[in-house]
Design a protein around this ligand. Structure first.
Ligand SMILES: Cc1cc2nc3c(=O)[nH]c(=O)nc-3n(C[C@H](O)[C@H](O)[C@H](O)COP(=O)(O)OP(=O)(O)OC[C@H]3O[C@@H](n4cnc5c(N)ncnc54)[C@H](O)[C@@H]3O)c2cc1C
Length: 414
């Protein structure tokens, strides 16, 4: 009996997606944060750079942060020449990664439709479409009738509070299953030798003569010459461990899903004026979000006021949703920078200290591709051109990026 038990335990262990190795006293690189960005970097360090003596240190469980809480929207219709190439490559990477990881990431390039409810919004969208097209990314302006053809359940009459005047349609965007991405990357990285330590918190980073030497964790010290801060909403706290202040403030962002419905919404729809976006998941739920509490905080509470707002916005835009019940709501942290673009940097000002944070509410879509380039940066100490604009120094030099949140009211539209 005992033997069979031991055998079964062994078999179960072999079936684990990743093993739980003991924490070693040294690694070539330590990645703080088991979110998409940390895991992607670990995976590409091992896969592309041959560096597999790497630890991912996660204080709770992988996907505990924004990576396991987002609404899974991906797109490449940002505004600036710095952001567009990264997001465009990010979109192309999902199917390749699905193959490579042998894990169904459920990439669904259903297209994103952003609605305009004023002439001013249409004007801003014209600029976004032109920028996307300049970079070879499919995006087009559509009128209200075309919006209705794309998403038949939209109300394009005069009845909604903000009537629909047109929109921006971006066919290559869509959704990717967020927890599949986290699990797929974790399994992929672990198979290549990366150690994933969940339930382990980094409490300090030690620096000598301007170089990273080790990190302190609640399970012991780890010697390492390279540390990556991929701590999402907690990245300012990690950065403070070595005295670097980041221009990041942390806001709570909420989301929710309805009960499952038959397929009725085949695209991602968003509206700045309504402060709302929605898509239908493969399970049939309408996943929706956009609200951010306007005051900095670290809670992950949802609010009744927001649920009411979301119900009103959704049913104004898509009246057939009246009577549909919300089933679940949740919240996560968004690490916001002043220019709606992330901070990706290394060896600045401390050698061996790398940062990948400030992703706000838009860091899911670009996580895998950023990990690919960041791995190159960490292995070679040379910043790839595509990441160079995201340096922390841009704030010191007053060279903020001209990215915007939303063409109408600067609310999130993911
Ligand atoms: C409700 C919501 C909806 C969103 N929707 C979208 C969307 O549709 N599209 C999109 O592109 N983006 C979206 N986002 C944003 C996106 O989820 C984040 O930008 C992205 O997940 C950030 O990933 P990350 O790996 O940098 O950080 P995270 O996933 O937050 O991971 C950071 C990890 O670091 C760990 N950690 C922190 N401190 C320590 C420490 N001291 N020691 C060890 N571990 C530590 C945390 O526990 C956490 O697991 C959304 C976010 C939320 C909350």
């Amino acid at each position: 009996m005992l033997c069979r038990f031991t055998e079964n335990t062994k078999k179960a262990k072999n079936k684990l997606m990743w093993q739980r190795p003991p924490l070693k006293g040294s690694y070539d690189a330590v990645i703080i944060g088991g979110g998409l960005h940390g895991l992607a970097t670990a995976y590409f360090l091992a896969r592309n750079q041959g560096m597999n003596h790497v630890a991912v240190i996660e204080k709770r469980y992988i996907g505990f942060g924004g990576s396991g809480r987002n609404t899974a929207i991906v797109r490449a219709n940002q505004r600036t020449k710095e952001n567009l190439p990264l997001y465009a490559e990010g979109l192309e990477l999902w199917p390749k990664l699905t193959d490579e990881l042998d894990f169904n990431l459920m990439f669904f390039n259903c297209g994103n439709l952003n609605l305009a409810h004023s002439e001013a919004a249409l004007g801003s969208m014209r600029l976004l479409v032109a920028s996307a097209q300049f970079h070879g990314i499919k995006s087009e302006l559509v009128d209200a009738k075309q919006c209705k053809e794309i998403v038949p359940i939209l109300d394009i009459s005069d009845l909604p509070t903000y009537p629909i005047m047109g929109g921006m349609y971006h066919p290559p965007g869509g959704t990717v299953r967020h927890d599949a991405v986290v699990w797929g990357l974790a399994r992929g990285a672990a198979r290549l030798g990366v150690h994933i330590h969940q339930g382990t918190e980094v409490t300090g980073i030690n620096v000598q003569n301007g170089k990273v030497t080790s990190v302190e964790t609640d399970k012991g010290k780890i010697h390492t010459p390279r540390v990556l801060n991929a701590a999402g909403g907690y990245s300012t706290l990690v950065s403070a461990m070595i005295g670097i202040r980041l221009p990041v403030h942390v806001l709570t962002i909420q989301a929710m899903v309805t009960e499952p419905l038959k397929p009725i919404l085949h695209h991602v729809v968003s509206s700045g004026a309504y402060h709302c976006y929605a898509n239908q998941t493969l399970k049939g739920e309408i996943a929706t979000g956009a609200h951010m509490d306007p005051w900095p905080n670290y809670t992950t509470q949802v609010s009744a006021r927001y649920i009411k707002h979301q119900a009103e916005a959704l049913t104004d835009l898509m009246p057939c949703l009246k009577g549909v019940k919300f089933m679940r709501s949740w919240a996560g942290l968004a690490d916001m920078t002043p220019d709606m673009a992330p901070i990706i940097d290394g060896n600045n000002p401390i050698q061996g200290y790398f940062m990948d944070c400030g992703w706000g509410y838009f860091g899911f879509k670009s996580g895998a591709v950023t990990g690919k380039y960041l791995a190159e940066f960490m292995a070679s100490d040379q910043c790839p051109d595509i990441l160079a604009p995201f340096t922390l120094r841009r704030y010191e030099n007053h060279k903020l990026m001209g990215e915007i949140a939303n063409p109408v009211n600067y609310g999130p539209w993911n």
